[in-house]
Design a protein around this ligand. Structure first.
Ligand code: IVH
Length: 683
């Protein structure tokens, strides 16, 4: 559409494009069976966006373009639920489940009893309200009667349709439903990895990450948090009748909502126990957190005969799994120095098994957290382990009458190098950077890590050995190591010593972005490092950049720019960097072609996402990555539906299976070379 269309033409086209985009959203997010490429979707999306910009009056709040979030809210408003959001009666006890079944059968004597059993999703409960099929409200559970209005945030969740689908089952006049907002395990891990790399605190579990995101005031942040919503209950429906839970699930599925695939229709307690066991066995493989099963009477009319208490319905029961939380005692609290100098209080506990893993240490985060939870040596505490995350002390368990130790105090000086600590917000920092042995271990290990110089064999243990034995007193010493020096160290033989030294030499040829990331500047994760390298081209230019110049880059805020300039302004760091730069050969990044730095859009592989798994016979990972990134592709670490190619080398990991499952295109080395050559011809 070149000439400005008439308003009527535009209105028609907006309708058409919206319908088409909604259809593709549904195929992608709900059916998991996209019919068009991401690029084709983006093209339609941009057409719609352009029209809406030309004709702002045609922009509706449920337009597919409105999922990116809007201006921050001053606060969240408390609103009343359409119908009370009750809780569930629950236990971990099979005998109590039997009692629930017996009571229910007795009360409904003579009726045929059938249950629907579902996973009990461990996220945040949410009410969604649709009027004439349009999403008008999203409300957190709150106290069950009132909750917080989070509609703008909910609109950013791709699995929540902004409009219901009209099929053989017509859209109801009013639909208030209930579902659970969760974060898929893969998304949770990726989010935490990002947070950790940026030097921030990771979330304790996916539930906290999801609940926190939902209540964010800035919906643009929510749009970046990968949330999903499963619908599982209808609170109110007008304009259609649903007779059973089974039909409720089917209807919600038809209307385009995400409905879990695990629910089953069962009749006996024995069947329910078997279902419970089966799900518990598969708990770690589901891809999302569940904490038990929910048993619901299927027949909705029968439900009404049973009614509810003020707390829970009498027709449903949650039969929970044993929690991945245990009680233990704190034996000591020590201060541990991380690679960025942050000193973290760590609880040393009486070892306790949680979900098959023995846990003896848990982070207490920072001085304020220790004070808030008021945990002291000798206290009894509840500890939680969720997914792969570091165990957390959830709370202290009060023991009246028991004498307690003195409150924990952060040491005044660094436990590793004795330098006086400085306080930054709730955190205590050792300012001795590269000269502090504890930080040096962390920095050395980080410098050699996968996203930095990728030095195989330089794990945490080896880094500790190098620092303890004095072989590495400063980071640049790493490049002076000889096999002879390594041989006497525990765990080294002639071959491994030579391999490691060779690996270090090879890693000395490194792209600017990796080198920059490897320095471990707080807040500078892999993405920022890459953006800086692209923008400035040379390391010298990044080093010389002012805060203002840094802030001109998308994604670089005031905190980050300050951390970066502070790092480079430090005299010790400067000396160390000069020495380091004399040992490495930086591979400079082609700077952005134009001033805006948005050249990636012109490159042949712009917009594609690539995952590598297994080693390629003829390229190092770094070389392969550099080649494909130079063509505009983004290299990411985990496979999702959005991945364009998975490039498979020798001994591929589970990523290959995942790619095949998701139908992502898989290339071997020859395919990769062809892709690069093709791109280079075009570019
Ligand atoms: S039905 C009144 N079904 O569990 C019954 N709840 O402990 C309505 N939950 O706050 C709830 N998965 O957020 C139902 N499949 C499921 C569920 C589920 C998780 C949550 C729900 C509720 C909590 C109660």
């Amino acid at each position: 559409m070149n000439a400005k269309p008439s308003r009527r033409q535009a209105a028609e086209r907006v309708e058409e494009l919206s319908a088409e985009l909604r259809h593709h959203e549904y195929l992608y997010h709900v059916k998991d069976a996209p019919e068009i490429s991401d690029a084709a979707y983006d093209e339609l999306f941009h057409q719609l966006k352009a029209l809406e910009e030309q004709f702002p009056e045609l922009l509706s709040p449920d337009s597919p373009t409105q999922r990116v979030g809007g201006a921050p809210l001053p606060g969240l408003e408390t609103v009343e639920h359409t119908a009370a959001m009750l809780s569930l009666d629950s236990s971990q006890d099979a005998a109590l489940l039997r009692r629930f079944d017996a009571r229910l059968r007795k009360a409904l004597a003579g009726a045929e009893i059938r249950y629907v059993v579902e996973p009990k999703l461990d996220g945040a409960s949410l009410e969604l309200v649709y009027e004439e099929g349009r999403l008008i409200r999203g409300v957190t559970r709150g106290d069950g009667r009132t909750g917080e209005e989070v509609t703008v945030n909910v609109r950013t969740i791709p699995s929540v349709p902004l409009r219901l689908r009209n099929t053989d089952r017509p859209v109801p006049r009013l639909l208030a439903l209930r579902g659970e907002v969760i974060m898929l395990a893969s998304a949770f891990e990726a989010l935490n990895e990002r947070l950790i790399q940026a030097g921030k605190e990771p979330f304790a579990n996916p539930r906290n990450a999801a609940a926190g995101a939902l209540r964010q005031l800035d919906s643009r942040i929510v749009a970046q948090r990968p949330l999903a919503t499963y619908a599982y209950d209808v609170l109110v429906v007008e304009g259609t009748q649903l007779k059973t839970q089974w039909e409720v699930l089917a209807a919600m599925r038809d209307w385009g909502l995400w409905v879990n695939a695990e629910p089953r229709r069962l009749t006996t307690v024995e069947e329910i126990l078997a279902y419970h066991k089966n799900l518990e066995d598969r708990r770690d493989d589901l891809g999302y957190e569940i904490d038990g099963i929910v048993i619901k009477l299927d027949d909705i009319e029968l439900r009404q005969r049973l009614g509810s208490t003020s707390h829970h319905p009498r027709w449903a029961y949650a039969y929970k799994f044993p929690p991945r939380r245990e009680v233990t005692r704190i034996l000591g609290i020590l201060a541990s120095v991380g690679r960025t100098g942050r000193v973290t209080p760590v609880a040393i506990m009486n070892p306790v098994e949680i979900g098959g893993v023995t846990v003896s240490r848990a982070t207490l985060h920072n001085r304020e957290e220790v004070a808030r939870k008021d945990v002291r040596v000798g206290d009894k505490v509840r500890v939680e382990r969720a997914g792969d995350v570091i165990p957390q002390v959830v709370e202290r368990i009060d023991e009246p009458g028991r004498e307690r130790a003195e409150p924990f105090r952060m040491p005044a000086t660094c436990p590793s190098c004795d330098t006086p600590l400085v306080e930054r917000g709730p955190f205590s920092i050792c300012p001795n950077a590269f000269a502090c042995p504890a930080q040096l271990v962390g920095r050395l290990f980080h410098f050699g890590s996968r996203h930095a110089l990728d030095i195989e064999g330089l794990g945490e243990e080896t880094a500790t050995l190098f620092v303890q034995t004095g072989l590495v007193k400063q980071l640049p010493d790493l490049f002076d190591l000889t096999p002879d020096q390594l041989l006497p160290l525990e765990g080294f033989a002639a071959k491994s010593a030579t391999n490691l030294v060779e690996g270090i030499d090879k890693a000395a040829h490194v792209e600017v972005a990796r080198f920059l990331f490897g320095l471990g500047i707080p807040e500078v994760g892999t993405t920022v490092a890459r953006d800086l390298a692209r923008h400035f081209g040379t390391f010298a230019a990044i080093r010389a950049a002012s805060e203002e110049q840094l802030r001109a880059i998308d994604g670089v805020g005031p905190r980050m720019s300050e951390e970066i300039t502070t790092f480079f302004a430090d005299e010790h760091n400067a000396q160390l960097l000069d020495r380091l730069l004399s040992k490495v050969h930086l591979i400079e990044t082609e700077p952005a072609k134009n001033a805006e730095g948005n050249e990636a859009g012109d490159l042949p592989l712009a917009g594609t996402k690539v995952v590598f798994t297994g080693g390629l016979p003829h390229f190092t990972r770094q070389e392969a990555k550099a080649k494909i990134e130079a063509l505009g592709a983004r290299v990411v670490s985990s496979v999702s539906k959005k991945t364009t190619y998975v490039i498979v080398g020798e001994d591929p990991g589970s990523k290959l299976a995942k790619a095949q499952k998701l139908g992502v295109e898989v290339l071997d080395e020859a395919g990769f070379v062809a892709l690069v050559e093709d791109g280079e011809r075009k570019g």
